[in-house]
Design a protein around this ligand. Structure first.
Ligand code: COA
Length: 347
């Protein structure tokens, strides 16, 4: 029997603070009507001073371990996908590994921007299928509010903060990840970029004065890329997994923008009734977006054992990644019922 990589636990963490479009109307020259018509976003979550990429990642990870029923000591590897790490270095994953008590685990960060979580799924799948690791904690966490320019109306309305995590584990009984795909077009690196703070342009008073530490974006070009990359990547993983579009029970695309999601779903041949959307409430949480959406889809009962799910992320790089999987884990509420049913049967 071949070894498969399955998701056995999941969790999410978003800041309590909500910033609505009306709040933004008071900060910059924009309107709720403009933002909703161009993006479908109504509100986003913003980290409080005490919150950060690490604190959100840790909360999501702890939940995922609890849902999985996995002890931290049994985790072999912690991977954090992020473009807003806690520090330049060390890796945010090392901070999470220590905080949750995963004393045996290796840890590293992965930066594929908003595609990072699905890139992580492709990497972790290989590590599990090869037999190198059995239990891996994969987290997507970003605090975009710390890198957007809150005076730039063309970008700041789009993003929010949040994290999601999954526990991935080896299984010998089928299901799990069926196919993955990753891609990159570095020729588009300048289309979505944080120029300062790296080795090319280290932190300096001049960089700060020029605002080069902020995220900058060519929205129109990124839009065109996003629609095509998402549809193409979805089709690629469906084809490799042997799935027709009408066999996909739920499509979870990166939650950047409702218009992108609609066009990409059309391109992939999947009707909106089978597409998960929560961009309206969180905006674009970058690497957090897909695991947060997966958690909410599970909580809403939109993913059941046996369902075929397709996930696609895209973002700065330019980079994209997709995964098709058969969902295997029982819903949490049904797991909670099981011991009670057993106890009732014993009486
Ligand atoms: N409120 C009001 N007006 C705004 C605005 C805002 N928040 N942001 C931009 N505008 C204005 C522009 O200044 C421009 O005005 P002008 O015509 O007077 O110059 C006008 O709206 C149209 O701008 P345009 O860029 O053509 O809008 P658009 O329809 O392309 O939508 C985006 C802009 C950013 C919503 C869209 O390009 C997009 O979603 N791109 C993808 C972004 C993304 O998802 N990035 C992350 C990928 S991981």
């Amino acid at each position: 029997m071949t070894r498969a990589a399955t998701i056995v636990g999941w969790g999410m963490a978003v800041p309590a603070q909500v910033r609505t479009n009306t709040d933004l109307e008071r900060m910059i020259d924009t309107s709720d009507a403009w933002i909703v018509s161009r993006t479908g976003i109504h509100e986003r979550r913003i980290a409080a001073e005490h919150e950060s990429t690490f604190t959100l990642a840790r909360s999501a990870a702890e939940q995922a371990l609890q849902v999985a029923g996995v002890q931290p000591i049994d985790v072999d590897l912690v991977v954090v996908a992020t473009l807003t790490p806690e520090y330049g270095f060390p890796a945010t994953a090392s901070l999470v590994q220590d905080a949750i008590g995963a004393a045996r685990a290796g840890a590293f960060d992965l930066n594929a921007a908003c595609a990072g979580f699905v890139y992580g799924m492709a990497v972790v799948r290989s590590l599990i299928e090869s037999g190198a690791h059995r239990t891996v904690l994969l987290i997507g966490s970003d605090t975009m509010s710390r890198v957007v320019d809150w005076t730039d109306r063309s970008t700041c309305v789009l993003f929010g903060d949040g994290a999601g995590a999954v526990v991935m584990q080896a299984a010998d009984d089928g299901g799990g990840i069926l196919s993955t795909a990753v891609g990159s077009d570095g020729a588009g690196a300048g289309l979505l970029i944080q120029q300062a703070g790296g080795s090319r342009q280290p932190a300096s008073a001049a960089a700060l004065a020029a605002g080069d530490h902020f995220l900058r974006m060519n929205g129109r070009e990124v839009y065109k890329f996003a629609v095509k990359a998402t549809a193409d990547a979805a089709r690629q993983v469906m084809r490799t997994a042997g799935l027709a579009p009408d066999e996909v029970d739920l499509f979870i695309p990166h939650q950047a923008n409702l218009r992108i999601i609609r066009s990409a779903a059309r391109g992939a041949g999947i009707p909106m009734a089978r597409v998960f959307v929560n961009a309206d409430r969180y905006g674009n949480t970058s690497a957090g977006s897909i695991p947060i959406a997966l958690c909410e889809a599970l909580h809403e009962g939109r993913v059941q054992p046996g369902d075929r799910v397709v996930l696609v992320g895209f973002g700065a790089g330019l980079a994209w990644a997709a995964a098709a999987l058969t969902w295997t884990a029982a819903p949490v509420d049904r797991r909670a019922e099981r011991p009670q049913a057993a106890a009732a049967g014993a009486r």
